[in-house]
Design a protein around this ligand. Sequence first.
Ligand SMILES: Nc1ncnc2c1ncn2[C@@H]1O[C@H](COP(=O)(O)OP(=O)(O)OP(=O)(O)O)[C@@H](O)[C@H]1O
Length: 368
Amino acid sequence: MTTMNHDISGASGVEAGADEETATPILDVRGLTVHFPIKKGFLSRTVGHVRAVDGIDLSVRAGETLGIVGESGCGKTTLGRSVARVIEPTAGQIVYRDTAGRNVDLAELNARRLRPYQRQIRVVFQDPFSSLNPRMTLRQIVGEPLRTSGTVTGSELDDRVASMLERVGLSPKYMNRYPHAFSGGERQRVNIARALVLGPRVVIADEPVSALDVSVRAQILNLLRDLQEELKLTYLFVSHDLSVVENICDRVAVMYLGKIVEVAGTADLYAQPRHPYTEALLSAVPRPDPRLRGAGRRIRLADDLPDPANPPPGCYFHTRCPYAVPGVCDVAERAPLLTSSGSGHRVAACVRSDELGLAGVGSEVGGP
Ligand SMILES: Nc1ncnc2c1ncn2[C@@H]1O[C@H](COP(=O)(O)OP(=O)(O)OP(=O)(O)O)[C@@H](O)[C@H]1O
């Protein structure tokens, strides 16, 4: 990535907020791509690429919780981490609206210029057991981002750690203890404290409750909700658990093979999925209302996810789609995202949408 102009508002033609549905996005991702090289042989020659994230457009609105869902291996984690530049993007823009209202393309910044923005976009990692260094005390773990950012030292650092621990529901008197003394839920609170101690505006929560017992999941989700309100946070919430996502997210983006196939408000998406993949995913979630689309009818998807290094031709989903038409879906142009005017519900076009009642979208083309 090269370093270029800092404030890209207007000048580069990037118009964050061009869409009425995304009036003031705090993040506007355009064409984001992460291809991992596949190396083989003695000389480690690159023989192909895993297209983990494959040209994604996505806007995240200030203050919302946007869910990223999809099966294991569809690219959710890579998307979340590349937005925070924990993983380096191969191409694309990550336009962040800073506190002064300027649009900055994070993908263009070198490490030094990126640093202040990395304080504003933090990641909560999935596994509270492996992500905490067992040889560090809570004081060291939560204080580390403050120390490495060089902004706070000495007793002020201790005060900040103590108040952050209190905010996540842990007593500061445990500051000198090591992670092994804590339960899974408590460790995830430590993880959250570490992510929030620098005062970020955007938090990328990567499966934050999936490693936890069901009994503590609700507590951590409530904590995340409370912190969001109190600290005015924006969440990108990565999860394979559709029930959790329904519970906590305002909008949901559905990923398949490195691409987004549908994005909509949570209630709208769950009541009226418009892409066959979304319909199949949701059919596995118990629906309380039998009138809802797919309720009581489990759609079993054939085979595993295709190889993201070698995606199928035509519609990426056709190899597993129960509605696929041979000779049509396997040769169709890859579908753009279409949007219904006003509702903000966007879906990758499907040749059978109308006939299956999955449609209801207009023909305005645009990013989600
Ligand atoms: N560092 C890497 N090098 C090569 N391939 C990778 C790397 N990280 C991820 N991948 C591949 O990229 C694809 C997307 O992985 P990713 O972890 O983003 O998916 P995911 O939807 O988050 O899945 P999971 O829920 O299992 O973590 C997968 O095929 C994965 O094997």
